[in-house]
Design a protein around this ligand. Structure first.
Ligand code: HAM
Length: 421
């Protein structure tokens, strides 16, 4: 029996990959406009990088990581997210000494052993950004505006939900109020009872309707923010308003990773079934220091590429045929030889060129040209060769013109300069 791919791991095949390329190119162009540089980091890291940053009692670390012993016995993990590896690289390569504010982005696969469903895979892809070196609230707004801009240029809409999770100074008083509230709550699910002990904030993310009903009355973290965090949050909101980015405050939004402080946000949509977040992120002041680096603040987010692809497909904006500038249809061995050489020369001159190597009839070759989405076809038959000419057909308008065949085939390429995009 043929060997199949693993559950939750997907091939991205031609016809789909064009949507991926569109998403990536759009994002890269926006990252560049916002002053970000790309960083590429390994897929495999020491397990402790993730346990230390994401948090021992998070779902990701407790039950979703692909962790295994290396041949020498040390524990390795396939990265479940991009922030920790990028921060490790930032520290290890001394990037804080190169520029006071580093704006980095990375695009690539992440791995989480979750139950696969629509929009949820075990190998999925994130476009993830991190800004390290400043805690200015306008930066938070700027980073969210960039995420917003990516969705806009992709032709997608989502709503931006924001919250503040406070800091080391004010979070404990909220935690205490939340624990007092949980002590009074009735009939909580087993998960929440466990979370109450290990990571109380996370209960607010419970999907059970009974728990959710009760949490509607839970204390709001926004009522517990210290002055610094409150001012920060106010200025973040003002920044979003200045940039005309619509947002909604959701004081119950807690994130699945423990490193967040102050601003957190999610881009949510109702068009993806159970998986509503197309992207998410927040501030993580203190995390660089916690990982052994200098005490610099940071903020970032990640967009889930598979979810963006799903949204584009649903709108009928996914896919797109690969573009071919010119299809050369040749009949007879002499013409085929000329076509073979010309194809190669034109490709070297920047044109996307296809030809048929299967000795098919002209009719069939023109069908091939249509299927390839060619903008022009060059018809090269024995007769045309004898007359020292070939026929160039605009595939859209069906207009035809004769092209003179020059002695030196290199000179031909000039004839086609005008058909590039
Ligand atoms: P996250 O919320 O765990 O945050 O993931 C960010 C996005 O990745 C999600 O909103 C979703 O679109 C996508 N995603 C997550 N898990 C899956 C999955 N199993 N299948 C498909 N897509 C998925 C982070 O990972 C943080 N590192 C984001 C960040 C960067 N925060 C600061 N900097």
């Amino acid at each position: 029996m043929a060997v199949k791919a693993l559950k939750g791991f997907k091939d991205i095949i031609p016809g789909e990959v064009e949507t991926w390329q569109f998403i990536e190119q759009t994002a890269r162009s926006i990252f560049q406009r916002f002053g970000f540089s790309e960083i590429k980091v390994p897929i495999l890291e020491k397990t402790k990088l993730f346990t230390r940053s994401i948090g021992e009692t998070t779902d990701i670390v407790e039950k979703e990581m692909y962790t295994f012993p290396d041949r020498n016995g040390s524990s390795l993990t396939m990265r479940p997210e991009g922030t920790a590896p990028v921060l490790r690289a930032y520290i290890e390569n001394g990037l804080y000494a190169v520029k006071p504010v580093q704006k980095l982005y990375t695009i690539g696969p992440m791995f989480r052993h979750e139950r696969p469903q629509k929009g949820r895979l075990r190998q999925f892809h994130q476009m993830s950004v991190e800004v390290l070196g400043t805690d200015k609230p306008w930066l938070d707004a700027d980073v969210m505006a960039m995420a917003w801009q990516i969705l806009r240029e992709l032709g997608l809409t989502a709503s931006l939900e924001i919250n503040s999770l406070g800091c080391k100074a004010c979070r404990p008083s909220f935690n205490k109020a939340l624990l007092d509230f949980l002590d009074q709550a009735q009939g909580l699910c087993d998960d929440c009872l466990r979370r109450r002990q290990t990571n109380p904030l996370r209960v607010l993310d419970c999907k059970s309707s009974n728990c959710q009903e009760q949490y509607a009355q839970a204390p709001s973290i926004l009522d517990f923010l210290c002055d610094g965090c409150r001012d920060h949050f106010t200025t973040v909101k003002e920044g979003l308003e200045l940039l005309s980015v619509p947002y909604k405050v959701n004081s119950f939004m807690v994130r699945g990773l423990d490193y967040y402080t102050r601003t957190t946000f999610e881009l949510v949509t109702s068009d993806l079934g159970a998986q509503s977040a197309v992207g998410a992120g927040g501030r993580y002041d203190g995390l660089v220091k916690q990982l052994g680096g200098p005490d610099v603040p940071g903020i970032g987010f990640a967009l889930g590429v598979e979810r963006l692809v799903l949204l584009l497909d649903q709108l009928g904006k996914g896919g797109s045929r690969p573009h071919v500038d010119l299809f050369i249809a040749a009949l007879g061995s002499q013409a085929q030889e000329k076509a073979f050489v010309l194809t190669n020369i034109l490709r070297a001159n920047g044109l996307s060129v296809a030809m048929d190597l299967m000795d098919r009839s002209l009719k069939n070759q023109m069908k091939q040209a249509g299927k390839a989405g060619a903008r022009y076809a060059l018809i090269l038959g024995e007769q045309e060769l004898e007359n020292g000419e070939a026929v160039l057909r605009n595939m859209e308008t069906h207009d035809q013109e004769n092209v003179v065949i020059k002695e030196d085939i290199e000179l031909w390429s000039e004839e086609f300069a005008h058909i590039t995009h």
